[in-house]
Every structure is written in structure tokens, then in C-alpha cells.
Ligand binder design. Structure first.
Ligand SMILES: Cc1ncc(C[n+]2csc(CCOP(=O)(O)OP(=O)(O)O)c2C)c(N)n1
Length: 581
């Protein structure tokens, strides 16, 4: 049967089970927008291609499926670049489809031509320029396979306009054949046995859990491993929700703004079991002084991660779900032989003391300005089963610290690239993918202004979510660094509490706008927001501009130099000397 390239594209997307795609049409991609009218795939018309890209990411984070976005050539593709880079850094499975100028004029500086495969090469896992309509179905199959297997990531398919228009014989490739792409998925048993031997020997072990555990849908296996072995768990910014915060073995987030217990546990550990984590500089701080006494087991699907920043004593390449399951089986077997896990009560008691003595704190006075941490805690109190999305900055760190995560895929943020403007479009994508769940974006006023236009998409497409702006009138995180490291010389960080008027802006977009200026109004606006189900809501929380995120390990400093509060407040015990029993 003869079909156009554009028809082949939609048949292939349907064949991959795509339900929704986020995009904006234009000249080069125009032929694809015609068969869309007859397709079962829902198109969500975004207001900016960056928004479409982040929406695809939010969809992928929330559902575990591949997120899809589509844009035209030139500016359309260029506007996708930030989202693709974001997806690459955070290993988010995304397929982007871009139109390209017709084949005869490629390389001619034709109208709206940009070398999008060249531009996106470093920010995609893979990309391809399709040169004939007969290749489209195979390209789509390969793109979905590459995006979603191994270490997930973004794949871009660039299709010239004539390739979309010309006809081909329809054929669905039954299987993907990529001899050069065979990710190792099965963890090596010998290495796993060695890892378990180290776990059983360790007196102060820590499971260092990264975002890959969520990507691999391995939270259940992680829970069993941790509880079976009585192993304390830190969950990185990317892994929040992989292990329940309420559990006694949970230490919270490590790193620059991590909890004292998580940071110090890693510093004092004699074994780190890194599970799909990548020893990011925001976690390790100064690498040479990071976890100085720890042996390292490093499990990851991407062999390039192992030994990249920290040498691994036991490297294990493979799907972390497979690796954890095998570790668990081996640990069970060994522990049955020896009547349970080794006695590590002293280590666990020390960790419990650190958790109790140094929780993340703030002081909310009755008449004072709203503390953002207070607003976030109250939102959690009212909507514990929500999916939380955040922008980048102080509010992101507070959301990660103060939301008490209970399950995976309930936390969506831009970790690796740190992309301001991520929250609103990612929340849109998450809400499109999970209409059964309440989606709440906790955003900064600076971030919100970067991509707020997707509220229009939310209204016209009827994909509602709540955005809670922690309006501190500043680019708060930058302000914090200027306060701490530039002697309070504030440079270009003041925005404004009132401009724009977020309530009016929300209303202009067809959403409900609410505002809380005093702590005693916080609960009422949250309740009001949660009572709205048919449209989006924006809450303008007028927050204290001076509030800072603590704990903090200054960039490049050792994790031993963790600062707990304003004025350089240090822990009572110096981590280097912190008692371990
Ligand atoms: C696109 C982009 N530009 C600049 C930055 C640098 N940056 C990091 S946090 C931040 C301030 C964010 O301000 P806001 O959204 O108001 O959040 P807050 O820190 O006040 O919570 C800036 C400018 C960034 N991360 N992303």
C-alpha cells in the first residue's frame, strides 16, 4: 500500500503506541500536520518549542514512556535544543521530530534552514537525517528503541519536507536491527557476588541511589535490598521518591544542599554502593576529599559512567533492576547462612542521631513573611499524593528537602542541566500523561517568567495543573551566592514582587489566580487551589526574599565543610570527627 512519508510517520508513531505528542507546526513540517488530522495520536499545541520539549520530558518522567515532540525546521528545531540538552543530561527518553528544508536545497541557506542534526549532535543520544520516505518507519522504530533502552535519552529525527511529501510502499519493520548498539543489561554475577561480599564486610555502608533506579523501575527491588540488608539509603536529587522518605533507613538527599545525615553518612562510610548514580560534582563536592574511607561498588547501565569521577572497586555494568535483584538474592542467601545481616546497630544509631539533631529547618513567625519552606510543607500536608514538578533554584532545593516523597515518578525536575523554565511545561506534560493524578509545579518567580506561556496551552487543551510560585522577588539562588560569596554585593538579581501581577497573568491565560501574603493565608489558598479541577491554578506565594537554602556545601569545598545555617553555622560535631558509634 502506498503512503506519503508523512502518513508513514504517523503510522509508525501509532505503531509505537504514541498517544500524545507536543509540538508547533511550520513550513517544513507542514506535510506531517495533515495526516495528524486522521491519526489517533493527540497533538498538544504548545506555545513555544522549548515548552513542547519539556512537556515531552515531563510526560516521560511521569509515565515511564517515551515523550514525543515535534517542530519545524530552523527556529523550531533550534528552540528544542535546551529541552534536548536537558533530556540528555537527565537521561530522559524523548523522541523529537523536526521538519527540514527540502532535500534539493539542504546546505543552501534556504529559508528556515538550520543544520539541526549538526546542532543537536552533542545533546542527543542519537540523531538522524532521513533521506527517503521508505526509511521513515525504520527511523521511528530505531529512535524509540534507542531512546528507551540502555541509558535512556533524547533521539532526534530530521525529515526534509519532500521526504514527507513523497510516496513509499508502507512496510512496518518487525524488529530493530542495530548491530552497533547492544547495551549490556545483565549484571555480571561474579561482580555481584563480590559486591555482596563487600556489603557484608562493611561496618558503615550506604546505598547511594541515583535517578537511574527510577528510570529502571527498580524502586521495589531497592526497597527489598535496603530493608533485607538494613542498609541506609541516600536518594540524589534525581532519585527522590525511589525510597520512601518516611522510612527509618532513609537519609534524604546528599550533595550541595543535602541533609546533614546524607552528606555526612557518605563522608564517613566505609562502603558506597552507587546504584545508577553518577558521582556528580554537586553530590561529591571536592572530589579528592569525598567519602575518603569508602570502598565503591558502582552499578550503572552506562559503562562510561563507571570510574569517570571516582574509581570503583567493584564495577558492575547492566540494568540496575537486574543488578539489584541479583544482589538481593545473593544477600539473602548469604544472610540466611549467617543468621541475618551483620550487627551495624552502632552505625544506624549514629545516623539516627544525625537525622534527629540536624533536620532541615526554618523559622516561620506568625506575622512574618511567608517562608517558602513553610508554603511547601503546607502544600505537602494538603496534597501528599501529588506529582511534584519544580523549576531550578532555591525553590527546587526546598521542594526536594521538604516534600516527603513516598513513591517513584512523583518528583520531576531538571537536575543535570539546571534549566530554569522547566516546571510549567514539564507539569503540562506530566498532567497530560497522568490525568489521574494531581500535578503541582513548585516554581520560582524567575523560572515561571521563562515559560509561563504554556499556561495558555493548559487552558486551551484542558490539561490542568497547579503552579505554586515561591515569589521572592529575586533570582533567589543567585542572590544567595552573592550574599554568601560576593559580600552581599547584589548584581542583577532583583525582579519584583508585583511585576508581573501573577494573579492577573493567570487570569489572562484562563487559569485561576490566587495570592497569599501572610502565613495565615497559606492553608486557605492551597485548599482553594485544590478545589479547582477544571482549569489550571497559579498561586502567588509572596515569600521572604532573604531566605536561604541550607545546609550548603559551597561549590568546590569539601563535604566535610557543610554549613548548616546562616552566618556559617557549623554542625555541633565536625563531620571529620563525627562519632561513628
Ligand atoms: C536558563 C537558565 N538561566 C540561568 C540560570 C542560572 N540560575 C540558576 S538559579 C537562578 C535563579 C532562579 O530564580 P527563581 O526562578 O526566582 O528561583 P529561586 O532561586 O528564587 O527560588 C538562575 C538565574 C539557569 N539555571 N537557567
Amino acid at each position: 500500500m502506498k503512503v506519503t512519508g508523512a502518513q508513514a510517520l504517523f503510522r509508525a508513531l501509532e505503531g509505537e503506541g504514541v498517544e500524545v505528542l507536543f509540538g508547533i507546526p511550520g513550513g517544513a513540517i507542514l506535510p506531517a500536520y495533515d495526516p495528524l488530522l486522521d491519526s489517533s495520536v493527540r497533538h498538544v499545541l504548545c506555545r513555544h518549542e522549548q515548552g513542547a520539549g519539556h512537556a515531552a520530558e515531563g510526560y516521560a518522567w511521569a509515565t515511564g514512556r517515551v515523550g514525543v515532540c515535534m517542530a519545524t525546521s530552523g527556529p523550531g528545531g533550534c528552540n528544542l535544543v535546551t529541552a534536548l540538552a536537558d533530556a540528555k543530561m537527565d537521561s530522559v527518553p524523548v523522541v523529537a521530530i523536526t521538519g527540514q528544508v527540502p532535500t534539493p536545497v539542504v546546505g543552501n541557506d534556504a529559508f528556515q534552514e538550520a543544520d539541526i542534526t549538526g546542532i543537536t549532535m552533542p545533546v542527543t543520544k542519537h540523531n538522524m537525517l532521513v533521506t527517503s520516505p521508505g526509511e521513515i518507519a525504520t527511523a521511528v522504530r530505531e529512535a524509540f528503541h534507542i531512546a528507551s533502552t540502555g541509558r535512556p535519552g533524547p533521539v532526534l529525527i530530521d525529515i526534509p519536507k519532500d521526504v514527507l511529501i513523497n510516496e513509499t510502499e508502507w512496510e512496518w519493520p518487525e524488529k530493530v536491527d542495530l548491530p552497533g548498539y547492544r547495551p549490556t543489561t545483565k549484571g555480571n554475577l561474579k561482580q555481584i557476588r563480590e559486591a555482596v561480599r563487600l556489603i557484608l564486610e562493611a561496618e558503615r555502608p550506604v546505598l547511594y541511589v541515583g535517578g537511574g533506579v527510577i528510570k529502571a523501575n527498580a524502586a521495589k527491588e531497592l526497597f527489598e535490598l535496603a530493608t533485607e540488608g538494613r542498609l541506609p539509603v541516600v536518594t540524589t536529587l534525581m532519585a527522590r521518591g525511589a525510597f520512601p522518605d518516611a522510612h527509618e533507613l532513609a537519609l534524604g538527599m546528599p550533595g550541595m544542599h543535602g541533609t546533614y545525615a546524607a552528606v555526612t553518612a557518605m563522608q564517613r562510610a566505609d562502603l558506597l554502593v552507587a546504584l545508577a548514580a553518577r558521582f556528580d560534582d554537586r553530590v561529591t563536592g571536592q572530589l579528592s576529599t569525598f567519602a575518603p574511607n569508602a570502598k565503591v561498588v558502582h552499578a550503572d547501565i552506562d559503562p562510561a559512567e563507571i570510574g569517570k569521577n571516582r574509581l570503583a572497586d567493584v564495577p558492575i555494568v547492566g540494568d540496575v533492576k537486574d543488578i539489584i535483584s541479583k544482589m538481593l538474592a545473593e544477600l539473602r542467601r548469604r544472610q540466611e547462612e549467617s543468621d541475618g545481616p551483620p550487627d551495624r546497630s552502632a552505625w544506624l544509631a549514629t545516623l539516627a542521631t544525625w537525622k534527629e539533631r540536624h533536620p532541615c529547618t526554618y523559622e516561620q513567625s506568625d506575622d512574618g513573611p511567608i517562608k517558602p519552606q513553610f508554603a511547601i510543607e503546607r502544600i505537602w500536608e494538603h496534597a501528599q499524593d501529588a506529582i511534584v514538578v519544580s523549576g531550578v533554584g532555591q525553590h527546587q532545593m526546598w521542594a526536594s528537602q521538604f516534600w516527603r516523597f513516598a513513591e517513584p515518578r512523583t518528583w520531576i525536575n531538571s537536575g543535570g542541566l539546571g534549566t530554569m523554565g522547566f516546571a510549567v511545561p514539564a507539569a503540562l506534560g506530566a498532567a497530560a500523561g497522568r490525568p489521574d493524578r494531581r500535578v503541582i509545579a513548585i516554581d520560582g518567580d524567575g523560572c515561571f517568567q521563562m515559560t509561563a506561556q504554556e499556561l495558555a496551552t493548559s487552558t486551551t487543551e484542558r490539561i490542568p495543573f497547579i503552579t505554586a510560585i515561591m515569589n521572592n522577588a529575586h533570582l533567589g539562588m543567585v542572590r544567595q551566592w552573592q550574599e554568601l560569596f560576593y559580600k552581599e554585593r547584589y548584581s542583577q538579581v532583583y525582579l519584583s514582587h508585583d511585576v508581573p501581577d501573577y494573579v492577573k497573568l493567570a487570569e489572562a491565560f484562563g487559569a485561576v489566580g490566587l495570592r497569599a501574603e501572610h502565613p495565615d493565608e497559606v492553608d486557605a489558598v492551597i485548599e482553594k487551589a485544590l478545589s479547582v479541577e477544571d482549569r489550571s491554578v497559579v498561586i502567588d506565594f509572596r515569600c521572604d526574599p532573604g531566605e536561604m537554602v541550607f545546609p550548603m556545601v559551597p561549590a568546590g569545598a569539601s563535604n566535610d565543610d557543610i554549613i548548616l545555617g546562616p552566618g556559617g553555622m557549623r554542625p555541633i560535631e565536625d563531620p571529620a570527627e563525627a562519632p561513628i558509634a
